[in-house]
Design a protein around this ligand. Sequence first.
Ligand SMILES: [Zn+2]
Length: 403
Amino acid sequence: MNEGWLFCRCTSVLVVGFLCSGLLWGCSQRTATQQPRSLPKRSLASEPEIKVRLFDLAQFSCDLGAPSTITRFGGKPYAGALTISCAPTKGGTSWVLQRGTKVLAKQRSTVLNLTSSEPMTINKEVFPTRTLSMKIEGDRLEVVGTFALETYLPGVLQRELFAKWDLDTYKAQAVAARSFSLVKMQDRRGKFWHVRASPSDQAFVGGELRPIALEAVKATKGQVLTWGDQILCTYYSSCCGGRPARASDTFAADSNAIAPLSGQGRPCPCQKSGRYRWTAEVSGKSLGDRVGLQTIRSIKAIQSNPWGRATKMQLRDVKGSVVELSPGRLRAHLTALGSRVFSGWILKSQYRKGVLTLEGAGFGHGVGLCQYGAEARARDGVAWREILALSYPGAKIATHWGP
Ligand SMILES: [Zn+2]
């Protein structure tokens, strides 16, 4: 969560207007679906629209915005600096439209759909969409924007990659993000949204976009990665720690056990990431409590994939009892204990006075495109198509809608 975001539990306020501001994040990693899927076929002739969950309650701001025009609220058009608040009531949700403190209209429904004559500004951030849907889900308010896919992608690149990175890195990321989006649209067809605007799917930002992000999306318009007659689920992460992971070791779905998601033997040149190697600490007793053992004295890899990345970790307690965990599960335990780890791939551990000091590798799941590795290769003169070939061995590039 960023400074400036405000958490509101009972009543949330949305401001729609024209102001423009961008919030920059660094690179990110994402989780993946755990369900088998039927992948989208290679037959998309026209550019689809993607539904992006822009905000939920925990990320919601009450900042004021500048004038805008909403053309649907109870069927009427409204203009100006508008505030929309909502509160769950016995009969459903009541939505309130205000200008300043003056209530313009109220409406009761579960989902509120708004269209605008201009790109929507939400909490001072302009998004290239004219259609918003809002819904109370449990104790959260979800705000979803609908985007033409090619309009959405530059905002992904803007937040996933650093400003000074190479154009070829941007182009490789554009194709990976486009393919990943299409698979998520298939996985979540019929749902309220397809992707979250966060690292748990793909990071995304509105506001002013860097020319390189726009250029990379334009230059690769409609291009996706395919395997057989299907679009590839192009997992990607920040830094693989030098050794790629296999999707079949990392995610459960049967559809992940294919060559393009299995990495390849040559080491990945992602040493420039600050997370290539890292250290963290955790209480041996707390970790033991979580995994049903006594105080943990050591953690080590006991199984690796053919490229040398750990696929199974062993934890040993002071009595010599052991438990085996996947790196992902171990990472979840360590994160829950407040340990600052970036993957579950622990290279070494040292136990002293109740504290385990860990040396780990990489940031994220390590499957598919490694963003720092892609950047190092691009700086070394490797073109984006070759970067994708190294990241997803055997996958082909196909063009759907395009120039
Ligand atoms: Zn890497």
